[in-house]
Write a protein that binds this ligand. Sequence first.
Ligand SMILES: Nc1ncnc2c1ncn2[C@@H]1O[C@H](COP(=O)(O)O)[C@@H](O)[C@H]1OP(=O)(O)O
Ligand SMILES: [Mg+2]
Ligand SMILES: [Mg+2]
Ligand SMILES: [Mg+2]
Length: 418
Amino acid sequence: MAMSSSSSSCITTALTRLVHLTPSSTPSNPKPFLSTQRPFFTFFTLKSSSSSLTSSSSSVKSSITTMSYNKQLAAAKKAASLAARLCQNVQKGLLQSDVQSKSDKSPVTVADYGSQVLVSFVLQKELPDQAFSLVAEEDSGDLRKEESQETLHRITKLVNDTIANDGSYKVSPLSEGDVLTIIDSGMSEGGPNGQHWVLDPIDGTKGFLRGDQYAIALGLLDEGKVVLGVLACPNLPLESIASGNKNALGRAAAGCLFSAQLSCGTYMESLDGSPPVKVHVSNTENPEEASFFESYEAAHSSHSLSGSIAKVKLGVKAPPVRIDSQAKYGALSRGDGAIYLRFPNKGYREKIWDHAAGYIVVAEAGGVASDAGGKPLDFSKGRYLDLDTGIIVTNQKLMPALLKAVQDSLKEEVLPSL
Ligand SMILES: Nc1ncnc2c1ncn2[C@@H]1O[C@H](COP(=O)(O)O)[C@@H](O)[C@H]1OP(=O)(O)O
Ligand SMILES: [Mg+2]
Ligand SMILES: [Mg+2]
Ligand SMILES: [Mg+2]
């Protein structure tokens, strides 16, 4: 899987654009989040508009001719690594009171909230001169309720302890009010203009609760395209989890950090600091040799449909590797398997934070992700992905056969409805 080691420098895509910075207070342009006497961050949403480039006292015009994302990538790695530390500590001693149920009945833990706070905090500390817009999964609504006071207190302590133990940031401890405001810094709507961070603070919360796989998934959109992504996977073994290597998931040393930047490739390092190595997706052209990944949770993706596509249509021999979260994209990017199939129930709307980071991690490793109709994933439409039926991921050589198998199977199968 590893191809070579490399420094993090790379020549990146040149973008030319005019931007218009507008401070305001709509949900996609949140106000500065700290109302205390510690004004260390300011929010601006970066708006790009060819029709609004008139001079105005409240706008700042800037021309960006060459764009490198090295600084943002370094900040994203730092943010995801620190959040992973908080998640690992919580997972070690998870208490029942740490888990709540959201209005859609999905679980959320103190670690989901804590991770979101840390990522937002670190990005803004590391990139103080840059506009900040964040599309993230969690919001503070439930935490503002009377019965959540204890939970909020615990999140605040976890975040402050993690920042203090890390020692990189000399700030006074965040208050509970700060924590609520920072969580809500993730309410941006994203979209096709400007830059937006995209965060799933814990992807695979059910895996996290089981003690299995989960990921801190952070991507950056620029003009609607994913230009960098980082996946911190604290429980993913450093060695391959291909279906022939069953022991890896139980025993091997774990903790992987995947990072990718447009036109620069994908790298993997250990969360405790080994040098990055370049990774590449599997080169197999023979579907019989390919193994495939799917969700651990059958409610998230039809196992029967993936099974019939892989085994019956493509002749895949190995049993599926079922793991939670975007760790699947990370494992695919280093060639542990060659195919990832995802077919949620009809009516389920995929969110951009569930795929943005994984998408570029696989794409920069030589893979390709599309919807079940073969269309590239479009991250420019706001908080949701508009998809035809499901998501399929593989290498370039297998994609035509996989797409045909998917479409043939979909014609035969009636998907389960909600
Ligand atoms: N009913 C559902 N169908 C599909 N995906 C879901 C569903 N409920 C939650 N998810 C999301 O699926 C992802 C986990 O995917 P996987 O099945 O690949 O492990 C997570 O992003 C999870 O959200 P969350 O981030 O809240 O854990
Ligand atoms: Mg969730
Ligand atoms: Mg998720
Ligand atoms: Mg999540």
